[in-house]
Design a protein around this ligand. Sequence first.
Ligand code: ADP
Ligand code: ZN
Length: 553
Amino acid sequence: TRQPPSQTNTPSLEILRNIFGHEKFLPFQEDIIEHILQGKDALVVLPTGGGKSLCYQLPACTFNGLTVVVSPLIALMQDQVMQLQRREIRAAFLNHTVEEEDYITTMQEVRSGEIKLLYIAPETLVQRPEIHVMLHDSNVACLAIDEAHCVSQWGHDFRPTYRELGWVREQFPDAVCIALTATATPQVRADITESLNIPEDNHFIDSFNRENLFLSVESRFELLGQTLAFLKKHANESGIIYCQRRKHVDWLCEQLGTHGISSLPYHAGLNPEVRKQNQDAFINGNIDVIVATIAFGMGIDKPDVRVVLHAWLPKDMESYYQEIGRSGRDGERAECLLLFSLDDEDTITEFIDDGHPSQREHRIESLQKFIAWANSTECRREELLTYFGEEYATQNCGMCDNCRKAKAEQVDLTTSAQKFLSCLYWVNESNTKEVFDEAYLIGTLRSENTCISICLPAGALYIIDILRGETQEKIIKNKHHELSTWEIGMEYSKAQWYYLALQFFQYNLFECDAQDGSLHLTDKGRKINTKTIAPDDRFWGFPVDLVDMDSEN
Ligand code: ADP
Ligand code: ZN
């Protein structure tokens, strides 16, 4: 066994308080730090925001030698170095963006032992011979490998250079090695273990369960409408909306602006200054919503993000988990909604094709797994945790759409569905023009303990008006007050019908033509809309115990 690296005997808690300004350790930190100080290697798997950095930063302050931090994220290393310098800890970074002059100065400072923490990009570490010489001449006490999942080709962000870190590690047998990541499936963990030689009894793995995040998935039929409906539930709260492409970001952000939602865009196509400004505006709470590509979020530490909306399918479970993990850091409830359509699969496959060919098969497989998750009717949380190799025993998490559905008492809504569908059928049969338009009803329905976002094609409202026996001009002009279905839905209020129609729509009993907004029965709808309906075809849904509707046409 290795001797602990030479170190001062200042108690960790004292350093935590005096230098880092934190009152107490977060769960896990104390054990990990103690372990590192004893000179034992560690693999640390903690969710984003779990406080991983401190696990090497604090020992680095105690060790007399140098701590080398390998990090693939250049923006992030810059950030961390700045934060450390503010705490008067001598830190520096080296990567390909560093100017020659600064590069040389930093190397001198490392050699003279002034620098406590050296952040370095994997390429710089592996490929630059002068770095090797420098490190061999320095007293390396600790080698910290951030984003350690990059070692594994089963991970979501494989970086071939990371493979060589095993060899680098062997060059410094006396240094303690700590590998850190926020996401690691059992397979990835095994890879890290092997390439860095960190045996299992040195693994610190926290639960991935974030109980305060409500997870739900909806199919995407009207992006803007669904987004507005969702944001309406969270008025004046902080939210992140992830889009797949820059042009989607720009478009959606502009649309939100015209609907009175304070939002700014964030993507790699914006100039760095604007990006920084927009990010700061979000962090400081000057705007509610940031609409972004996946470029946004690394190192963002805003505790009160209440909403993460994925407007498109993320590329895999790891990305999804990391992105939703940016909400609810303060432990309060946050809501994460994923909107997806099967078209997303094509776009992602395109992205995958652009990537490394050796990764292709594996990435497609990960994508398929994620799609299966999105389509599943089982507990979202349980399946997500299972994916990360964690057992989750609860029968009903109560914090995902599927569990909530299972819990709510479903009722037989076949008769209501038949009324709605046959009215729709007869309106279509009557061959009148201009019944439908492309608008959507957007709003929220509230009952005592739920708040449901509604986004319904305008045609559904027209059908509801007929069912409710209304006599506006359009109905009279089209003679729809003469239909047998006129006034047969008086048992429910308008808001209650909205909720029913939403369920019929979500369960695909009817569909909306994207071109002209016309509504049509689907095969499923037609099966329900017959007198001789088979018992298995009856429609079960949620009762309409709603009290209030708040809408906008
Ligand atoms: P990770 O790398 O796991 O995503 P970070 O190391 O960036 O997490 O830490 C997340 C946040 O938690 C940072 O703002 C950090 O200052 C804060 N933090 C870390 N340790 C503590 C602590 N012991 N007490 C309070 N806040 C802490
Ligand atoms: Zn659940």
